[in-house]
Design a protein around this ligand. Sequence first.
Ligand SMILES: Cc1cc2nc3c(=O)[nH]c(=O)nc-3n(C[C@H](O)[C@H](O)[C@H](O)COP(=O)(O)OP(=O)(O)OC[C@H]3O[C@@H](n4cnc5c(N)ncnc54)[C@H](O)[C@@H]3O)c2cc1C
Length: 447
Amino acid sequence: MKVAIIGAGSAGMFAAYKLMQNKNITIDIYEKGKSIVERTRKDVMSGFGGAGAFSDGKLTLTTEFGGWLTDYISETELEKLIDEADDIWVKFSGVTELDTKRDYEKIKDLEYQCSRNKLRLYAAKIRHLGTDNCLLAIKKIFEVFENAENVNLYCESPVADLIVEKDKVVGLVTDKGEKRFYDKIIVAVGRSGNAWMQQIAEKYGIDSDINPVDIGVRVEVPRAVTDHFTNYLYEFKIKYYTSEFEDEVRTFCVNPGGFVAIERNDGNILTVNGHSYKNKKSNNTNFALLVSTKFTEPFREPVKYGRYIANLANMLSGGSVIVQRFGDLMRGRRSTHKRIEKNFVTPTLENAMPGDLSFVLPYRYITDLKETILQLDKVMPGMADPNTLMYGVEVKFYSLRIKVDKNMRSLNIDNLYCVGDGAGITRGIIQANASGIIAANDILTLI
Ligand SMILES: Cc1cc2nc3c(=O)[nH]c(=O)nc-3n(C[C@H](O)[C@H](O)[C@H](O)COP(=O)(O)OP(=O)(O)OC[C@H]3O[C@@H](n4cnc5c(N)ncnc54)[C@H](O)[C@@H]3O)c2cc1C
């Protein structure tokens, strides 16, 4: 059987790893970015290893976050897949320990403090690989593929199109216009392939739905402000429903001792992200604060909306991202280089432009973010300090959700599997891994 996998990120890699165990299957992997050997930090979103390669490698070992796979399979099934994916990471990274020794009494107390302040704390189990070990593991997986007889890896080979005949996918078209034919195709193009996925879905009428878009900022505070949470829970996941708009605002991707980073998206739009190293720490903690919006009729293009907002930040900052002190935002004035230099919190991202986020984010988002920071301050005093930094904008594009069954098969196009972030089904490494394994398992049953 011949299988093509489009995209060698978290989902594609794990699908291939699982499939290659059966020597009757030949797997061709197409990756639009560079191989892991040639990739640099500039290619954050694209290349062998996908968006996860230069990520913090924080594996959220829970069914509650990182995607919507429980919409398709049971929690118990997902737990098993998460364990399977986690075992693969442990094998290749050598990181065996979990985030922190979990002190359940302490966690209960933190949950109680949050609930008294209308905040909901979710305590997740995390394996923190760190950017260095995550990269190491991906390099080892790359070597495994290079040495496998039944895997052909084509890097710097974007797939231009699919070949669909009578509601059945039969092959693909390379960027050089070459047609190649397959029995099954797994599309795992990630967020950087979202626009491509949308275009293909429209062209072939692949059934899809829309997901919410998450827009917000990355917050940076002294590490001491969050230590009483992060010492017990590497990642605090907190949700809050704002009083003015009743919008859902959540913390996401917490990096104690971490660094704020710029992420280059398709179309050269710059957004903000954060990561941390296992062996190199800053004095700050950063995390995203995101407002979730699901648009209703007639608007169906949340990705376009997110890009538009990110574009505004890039335009006003002269081609970068904006950083603003919380105190300046509250006083209705921009931050300046001078104010940032004097600020108690030193930015870990040096080339962000001091500016005014209220020129970028709509009133609704600014109100939601201010209100949430003031609320978080009740359980993490210092959060709403004027010196707190906010970088904008952070946008999570997961708009298009391909309609799939419990095996990740498209509902209306035969032989097509859609997995990972690009299909709008996941939004984190471990669930993306799991979705790839689900597709592979289904193909394995057919042989
Ligand atoms: C900076 C950063 C930090 C992150 N930190 C974490 C974290 O700590 N923990 C966590 O759980 N998640 C994290 N994430 C999110 C996580 O990386 C993603 O959820 C995950 O990688 C999604 O996996 P995927 O396989 O669906 O997509 P990706 O990993 O994005 O892989 C998709 C691949 O497909 C390729 N591709 C796209 N289009 C085509 C095409 N037409 N032809 C061929 N190839 C194509 C892309 O080049 C890419 O390499 C982070 C993301 C970023 C950007």
